[in-house]
Design a protein around this ligand. Structure first.
Ligand SMILES: Cc1ncc(COP(=O)(O)O)c(C=O)c1O
Length: 395
């Protein structure tokens, strides 16, 4: 049986060209970039080349890129680093109900230490209203943090509009762009952001490496203390092979993003249409058009997401019920609840995220298999009989 991977938002396979690019820096060219001998200087040179490529992908200057151990560290660094650097100025942070746990938990951590956090609401598509940001800013606001696009429902947020507001009011603005860098155009000036988090393993690079863009002049306190690496903004010997890989992944994304995006949108829409035609009591979550090219997130009534997932897995199809980080949790997604879904509907959710190796045949197979799984599960579900009696088309 051919296995079909449709969980690219959780992680992507490292592209063979990326693996090839990083391999020499484990062995032949293993130097520490802080060393002054030729081994060190060689490592430093390739690291700076990678920095240039990453900066080019997001319209930044190379010196504004700080390497981290991934998206989580970049988000923690942005939120806590800005909070600590501005303690004398204010203690109010604005974020939203659609953030990744890396931002949510950083904010909760600060909340327990006396910071005031506003979690802005979402509309039913998961969109944050920029007017809400405007209304919520006070003289004590030191940071606004809004995700660029949701890792769960795929909605793309109006970050550029919020960026304008942040700039007018002189408040630092962070965006978690882990799901967008390398997938849709990202330009730090057009978005008006001061900080932007990214992660290599979401764009065909390896796990455990990422970066934080920090606009020149932004006041921030380092998250890691120790040596003087990364212009004293992030201590620890740099992960040279990982950084080279992120650079290569960025270069490839810049070259291929437009065409790949168009291809994925066609497949995404085919999957949405196919599922909605063949399954009753199904709804698409997230914005119908302002969404990531590779994201299909649906809720299906009278079935459990976990049961669908396990049955899909038996058919060789890998999907997700939401974000990979919370898939071990029985709590329904905070994002879906904030969008107004009931607990029952939130529990009946499935996320398919497409990528490089996804084909039309893969989509056709999901459209063939999932309605059968739903029909089987519903036939065993007392919920369905008591709620609607009849009413299931063929799924
Ligand atoms: C939106 C978003 N932010 C942050 C992260 C965390 O990135 P990492 O796994 O590199 O720590 C993820 C990964 O799931 C994500 O999707």
């Amino acid at each position: 049986m051919k296995r079909i991977y449709l969980d690219y938002a959780a992680t992507t396979p490292t592209h063979p060209e990326v693996v090839e690019a990083m391999l020499p820096y484990f062995s032949d060219a293993f130097g520490n970039p802080s060393s002054i001998h030729s081994f060190g200087q060689e490592a430093k040179a390739v690291m700076e080349e990678a920095r240039d490529k990453i900066a080019a992908l997001i319209g930044a200057r190379s010196e504004e890129i700080v390497f981290t151990s991934g998206g989580t560290e970049a988000d923690n660094f942005a939120v806590k680093g800005i909070a600590w650097a501005n303690e004398g100025k204010g203690n109010h942070i604005i974020t939203t109900a659609i953030e990744h746990h890396a931002v949510v938990e950083s904010c909760k951590f600060l909340e327990r230490r006396g910071f005031e956090i506003t979690y802005l609401p979402l509309d039913s598509y998961g969109v944050v209203n920029p007017e809400d940001v405007k209304k919520t800013i006070t003289d004590k606001t030191i940071l606004i943090s809004v995700i660029h696009a949701s890792n769960e429902v795929g909605t793309i947020e109006p970050v550029a509009e919020i960026g304008e507001i942040a700039r007018e009011r002189g408040v630092s603005f962070h965006t978690d762009a882990v799901q967008t860098v390398g997938h849709i155009p990202v330009n730090v000036d057009e978005l008006g952001v001061d900080l932007l988090a990214m992660s290599a393993h979401k764009l065909y690079g390896p796990k455990g490496v990422g970066a934080l863009y920090i606009r020149k002049g932004t006041k921030i306190i380092p998250f890691m203390h120790g040596g003087e690496q990364e212009r004293r903004r992030r201590a620890s010997t740099e992960n040279v092979p990982g950084i080279v890989a992120l650079g290569k992944a960025a270069e490839m994304a810049q070259r291929e993003m437009d065409e790949e995006g168009k291809r994925l949108i066609t497949l995404r829409d085919k999957l949405i249409t196919g599922l909605c035609q063949r399954i009753d009591h199904i709804r698409l979550n997230g914005h119908p058009s302002q969404r990531l090219p590779n994201n299909v997130h649906v809720s299906i009534e009278f079935v459990e997401g976990e049961s669908m997932l396990l049955n899909l897995d038996l058919e060789g199809i890998a999907a997700s019920t939401g974000s990979a980080c919370s898939s071990g949790s029985l709590e329904p997604s905070h994002v879906l609840l904030a969008m107004g879904l009931s607990h029952e509907l939130a529990h009946g959710s499935l996320r398919f995220t497409l990528g490089r190796d996804s084909t039309e045949e893969d989509i056709e197979r999901v459209v063939e298999v999932l309605p059968q799984i739903v029909a089987k599960l519903r036939s065993m579900s007392p919920l369905l009989k008591s709620s609607v009696g009849e009413g299931v088309k063929d799924g």
